[in-house]
Each structure stands twice: as C-alpha cells, then as structure tokens.
Design a protein around this ligand. Sequence first.
Ligand SMILES: [Zn+2]
Length: 184
Amino acid sequence: MMQPRDLTQSADTSLPFALDYATMRQRFLAAARAAGAALSEHIHPLHGPDGKTIATDVAMIGQADAPKLMVMISGTHGVEGAYGSACQTAWLAQKANWALPDDTAVLMIHLINPWGTAWSRRVNEDNVDLNRNFIDWTARPPENPRLCRTALGLGCARLGWAGRIAADDALAEQTQAKGQTAMS
Ligand SMILES: [Zn+2]
C-alpha cells in the first residue's frame, strides 16, 4: 500500500507546504521572485525560537498604480500561517496559469504575524489576537448595549473565587431572563 507523503518534510523547495517559519519564508520568497514580484521585507524586532530573524514579506505583482488591488494576507493567527503561506506560495508558483488584467494588481502579505507563526502561537508577541483587534482604538467603539448587559457574566476580570462565582451568577441570571438561545 502506498504511504501518504509528508509534503511538509520534503526537500523539494518547489512545494508550497512547510511547517517551520524559515522554510515557509524561503519557499514564498522563491515563488515570488520566480513570479517577478516586487518584494519588500519588514523585519520583526524579536526573533524566532531558533534565534533567527523573522519578518513579514510583501510581494507586489502588477502595476503599482493599478486601479484595482487585491490584498491577500496570511498568518493573522500565527499558528495558522502554514496554510495561508502554502496557498500564497502555490498561487505564485502557478504563474503560467494566471494572467492579471491590466487594471488589477495583487499585494501579498506573507505572515502578517511572523512572531506567532514562528512560535506556533495564535496571538502576537504582545498576546494580542490580531483578528479580534482590527479596530481603531482612537475612535469610540461601536455601541453594543446587548453585549454590555451580558458581558459581566461572559467574562470576569479575575479568576479568583469570588469574582468567578459572581460571573457565574450573572451569567445564570441573564440566561434565565433571556433564554438559552439568546445567550448562545
Ligand atoms: Zn484563525
């Protein structure tokens, strides 16, 4: 019986699949260069678990002043970066099969949270979930009165005993008042 191949361990650098940050970056850059992309890098101030440099790479394909720009990002949740990286690399590697319309450019942002990818963390180096924090904190957050009423029961600032009991009580109270469906 044929054994499935573990493509992440392959030495074939033309394959998009990789599990470690360095290989993801190496394969993306190789595919982007082969596709004729204009590349720029944004070096992260911290390093990966191997002590080496980590960065977000940006590849631009098409005219810089094209009226339409498609932006593709990967690795917002760092630990999921391997999948997005593979998709970007695979797409770039098929350059013979696509042709961008003249009015369209593609901007690929490879591993927007390189620290999270390198360290296999969903969050970034500040423990921030970037996918939950795409918000302009200089402006007032949108009104959400329903959430505010239930927030006390859904999260407690401290996991200490009394705080936890108060949060459980608040959640039970809200569930009774609104019904289970409204709370889920
Ligand atoms: Zn995610």
